[in-house]
Structures are given as structure tokens and as C-alpha cells.
Design a protein around this ligand. Structure first.
Ligand code: ATP
Ligand code: MG
Length: 258
């Protein structure tokens, strides 16, 4: 069974999608079969990060009982990552308990090592949160983001959902909270500390994940370190074959772009 992780925050714009995409690509490139799902049905943006804006199927399509997961998966050729991008339409989408069960039973019955689910900001209903193995809580070093992440952590504690903290956009500015202050408030160590880095907006504009655009960038190095932490915790052994395929795919895509 895959290890299903939810990327969460109550506050918007803290870097959930950025972390979800770059962590998923990093795990895939380490040889772990990974599926990235854009479950932000209000503002799906995984497709922009991956250069896959032409994909027009997504999370919502899985609600139908007869829908097969494999029919909605696209492959990000440069990395080999499997993804279910979002669909953009004007109708609001609220997931019922029955729909949540239908979707997640399909996800659980796959042979991915990791499934990473990017979500929209806000509180989460119990029946949705319960289907995950873990939530990665993303905060920035600001009071407003930290206060809301602490509330979310408490609500996940109540339903016994394991969570880890990632601090993003650390700029070491005087006005920022120090990572230690954030860890004290959270009552636990952060599993990842990601710097503020211009590679991120650049990578979104280029539609190439930061970890692929520049290995040397500080954000990329910190994200790869986060992926290493998760791979060390994983019960799966990396599949050597995946990395080789990804390399040739990547080369092919580079030629195609020129
Ligand atoms: N480490 C970083 N350094 C610099 N900029 C960053 C970093 N992480 C994210 N950003 C920028 O912050 C903005 C929001 O990022 P992102 O879309 O990933 O957040 P989000 O939490 O998914 O937002 P939403 O709640 O709207 O879904 C983007 O413009 C992105 O370029
Ligand atoms: Mg997002």
C-alpha cells in the first residue's frame, strides 16, 4: 500500500503546491514510484509547476465509482512522476464522505511508494483527513501562518492523524520568527526548513520544478534533503529502473523544447 501524505495549511500562499511538486519530483527521481494528486479543486496549480496545463482531468473525475484511477494519470516526462492534475471550472466542489471513501480506496489500491496530495487552504473535515497516513503542515515564519498551523496541528491530533512541520520561505529577515520559536510553538522539530529562494518563482514561470531547474539552488538542496528523510523512513526500496527511464525522458524533453 502507498504511503499517502497530505500537504496542508490553513493559510493560503505559504508554499503547499511548491513543496508538493518538488518533494514528489525528488522522491520519484530517487527511484520511488510516486503519484502527485492536485486536490485543490478551487485553484489547481500543479499543472503550471510541471508544464502540464493542457491536462484537463483531475481529482473530481475520480468521484464516479466506475472511474479507474489509471485513466486519469498523466506522466511528467522529464521526471517520470505520475500525476493527476486538477480541472478548472466555475462550479464549487465539496467532497462528501462517500466520495472521499470512493476516491481514497482507489488510491490505496495502487503500488506507488508515495502518494502526495496537494490541497487547498483551510480547515479539513474529519472524514477527509482520516484517510491519510500523514499530513505535512506548511508554514512560513510569520505569526499569522504559524498561529493557523498550530490550530491545524491540534485538530489533526484530535483525529490521531500524524503530522510533520515544514517551514518554508525562511529568509532570515529581522522581522521573521526564528525557526526555534516556531518549533517551540509547534512543540516539535521541523522535518524540513526551506529557504526563501528566487529559484521558486523562476521555476514556476519556466514550468520546470525548482529541483530540476537548479540542483545547486538552496531551495532545491533543502527539498532533496527532505525527500531523503522520507526515503529513509520508507519501507520501500527504490527502483533503479525508474531513475534510468527518467534520465532518458528528461533528455528527450530537453531536445523537444529546443
Ligand atoms: N521557498 C520559496 N521561496 C520563494 N518563493 C516561494 C517559496 N515557496 C513558495 N514561494 C512563492 O510563494 C507563492 C505561493 O506558493 P504556492 O502556490 O506554492 O503556495 P500555496 O500554499 O500552494 O498557495 P495556495 O494556498 O493558494 O494553494 C508563489 O508565488 C511561489 O513562487
Ligand atoms: Mg496551492
Amino acid at each position: 500500500m502507498p504511503y499517502i501524505m497530505r500537504i496542508s495549511s490553513q493559510k493560503g500562499g505559504v508554499g503547499k503546491t511548491t513543496v508538493a511538486v518538488n518533494l514528489a519530483v525528488s522522491l520519484q527521481r530517487r527511484g520511488y514510484r510516486t503519484l502527485l494528486i492536485d486536490a485543490d479543486t478551487a485553484n489547481p496549480s500543479v499543472g503550471f509547476h510541471l508544464g502540464m496545463t493542457n491536462v484537463n482531468v483531475g481529482f473530481k473525475n475520480l468521484v464516479k465509482k466506475e472511474a479507474q484511477l489509471k485513466d486519469f494519470i498523466s506522466i511528467h516526462a522529464p521526471s517520470g512522476l505520475h500525476t493527476i492534475c486538477g480541472t478548472i471550472d466555475s462550479k464549487p466542489f465539496t467532497i462528501s464522505e462517500e466520495n472521499a471513501k470512493t476516491i481514497y480506496s482507489k488510491i490505496k489500491n495502487t503500488n506507488y511508494a508515495f502518494v502526495i496530495v496537494d490541497t487547498q487552504p483551510g480547515f479539513t473535515t474529519d472524514y477527509i483527513a482520516k484517510v491519510y497516513d500523514e499530513a505535512i503542515l506548511i508554514t512560513t515564519p510569520e505569526d499569522t501562518a504559524v498561529a493557523s498551523i498550530i490550530r491545524l496541528a491540534h485538530s489533526f491530533d484530535k483525529i490521531h492523524l500524524k503530522h510533520h512541520l515544514v517551514i518554508n520561505k525562511i529568509g532570515r529577515h529581522k522581522y521573521e520568527l526564528h525557526p526555534k520559536e516556531i518549533e517551540e510553538a509547534y512543540e516539535g522539530k521541523a522535518i524540513g526548513m526551506l529557504p526563501e529562494d528566487e529559484i521558486v518563482p523562476m521555476s514556476i514561470a519556466e514550468h520546470i520544478p525548482a529541483v530540476m531547474l537548479s540542483k545547486r539552488a538552496k531551495f532545491s538542496q533543502a527539498t532533496v534533503a527532505l525527500a531523503e528523510t522520507y526515503s529513509a523512513m520508507s519501507e520501500y526500496t527504490p527502483d533503479e529502473g525508474i531513475s534510468k527511464v527518467s534520465f532518458w525522458n528528461r533528455l528527450w524533453s530537453l531536445f523537444k523544447r529546443r
